[in-house]
Design a binder for this molecule. Structure first.
Ligand code: ADP
Ligand code: MG
Length: 394
């Protein structure tokens, strides 16, 4: 199918499954390059749906909706990690170029498959997952290796932002923890002594070209990403090289087209552990929007349009600050306030991104700010100052 290799040029429609903030920023990047965007999302007023040229409001598995999308879009990607693989397969069978393909998305949707895959890959990259054990049936519990405690029990599916996870201190606590998670298939992971966390962002084009962004160092609060700083202040050059090589090897191994994020733990003893993969642009890659030649969203557009990839070069040190719905409230959700944007924007190196979500809620991702600096320290100080303006604890 020679025509499958032709680029999809500006003026055409690109499709995105999911209308959240990732879909919105993808839409903005696509529109900036002259594309039109069709969003498929079950909700009526999604952040991406409200700015896209076309919004189909339907379930991801709605065949009529998928056909409509396929008739409009030569290429479709997903911003929603848990989009049913069936939807991607259906689009592909309708002749759409689906990037990344459903097998790649499925791998990231199931921690059991993901951990197994990361373990297999270890022999080639020298970076494997944390020691773990799969618990699918009651009978598995007694076979759990004792050295995994204290551990973290994670549901195989649908976990995000630290949800679907319970710390299990000892073997005796495991049955109750598994019951609390509804006795669904889980992975028990040894709790590692983290020094810090980083993520690698790599992109692969349809032609097997692979590029990598500088690795970001991530701080989470209550399981949700709080800041990403690049260059990663604590990462040694040799570690960064190893991480990027590992992520590049992975993206090729699964024949993935598009932007892929791989999260890693750097342990107190200096060892590196692969945590999980996200089959899409990632929150920890939002820094690329203001600090790099090409943003992660522009790369997603290029990859799915079968165009050459853009430069990943970083132009300035940066610290990204996530903005959660908490900022719209004075303590509890019944006392609303408006964040002090005027004070934030008095910092000329602070680049504000808001996602246009109608209702803020505690813990909901509402936007982010990329704080730039001429030197890394300046970017970090800038970020701390902006956080203070917003009343975010340093
Ligand atoms: P999610 O899908 O919610 O992002 P993760 O597996 O990335 O789930 O876990 C969320 C956070 O919990 C991680 O970023 C890390 O801070 C912590 N965490 C997860 N697994 C471990 C582990 N095995 N040891 C220590 N900390 C962990
Ligand atoms: Mg994670």
């Amino acid at each position: 199918m020679a025509d499958r290799m032709e680029p999809i040029l500006p003026g055409s429609y690109l499709g995105i499954l999911g209308g959240g903030q990732l879909g919105r920023m993808f839409t903005q990047a696509a529109q900036a390059m002259g594309y039109k965007v069709c969003v498929l999302d079950p909700s009526t007023d999604s952040p991406a749906g409200s700015i896209a040229e076309k919004c189909i409001q339907a379930d991801y598995t709605d065949s009529v909706a998928l056909k409509e999308m396929a008739s409009l879009c030569a290429s479709v990607s997903t911003e929603f990690e848990n989009v049913p693989a069936q939807a991607l397969d259906e689009l592909e069978s309708l002749g759409v170029f689906v990037a990344p393909r459903s097998s790649c998305v499925s791998l990231a949707q199931n921690r059991i498959a993901e951990k197994n895959f990361l373990a297999t890959w270890k022999s080639e990259t020298n970076i494997g997952p944390a020691p773990h054990f799969v618990i699918e049936h009651q009978a598995d519990i007694v076979h759990t290796p004792a050295e995994l405690f204290p551990g973290i029990l994670k549901t195989a599916r649908m976990g995000y932002d630290g949800k679907g996870q319970i710390t299990v201190h000892a073997a005796a606590d495991l049955p109750a923890a598994w019951a609390e998670l509804g006795q669904v298939p889980c992975v028990l992971e040894k709790r590692m002594e983290l020094d810090f966390e980083v993520s690698a962002l790599v992109v692969r084009g349809y032609d097997d070209a692979v590029v990598a962004y500088p690795v970001s160092q991530n701080i989470h609060r209550d399981g949700i990403l709080h800041t990403s700083t690049v260059p990663a202040p604590s990462l040694k050059p040799a570690q960064e090289k190893k991480i990027i090589e590992a992520a590049k090897a992975l993206i090729r191994k699964i024949d993935y087209v598009g932007v892929l994020c791989v999260e890693f733990f750097v342990l107190k003893n200096g060892d590196i552990v692969a945590n999980e993969i996200a089959p899409r642009p990632h929150n920890s890659g939002h820094y690329t929007m203001d600090a790099c030649v090409s943003s992660q969203f522009e790369q997603q557009v290029r990859a799915m349009a079968r165009l050459p990839l853009g430069d990943t070069r970083q132009l300035a040190p940066v610290s990204m600050l996530n903005l959660l719905g908490d900022l719209w409230f004075e303590g509890s959700e019944d006392q609303a306030k408006e964040p002090a944007w005027n004070k934030v924007l008095a910092h000329p190196d602070a680049k504000l991104h808001l996602y246009g979500k109608s209702a803020p809620r505690i813990g909901r991702k509402m936007g982010h700010i990329n704080c730039l600096g001429e030197a890394l320290n300046e970017a970090r100080q800038n970020c701390a100052a902006v956080a203070t303006e917003l009343g975010i604890e340093p």
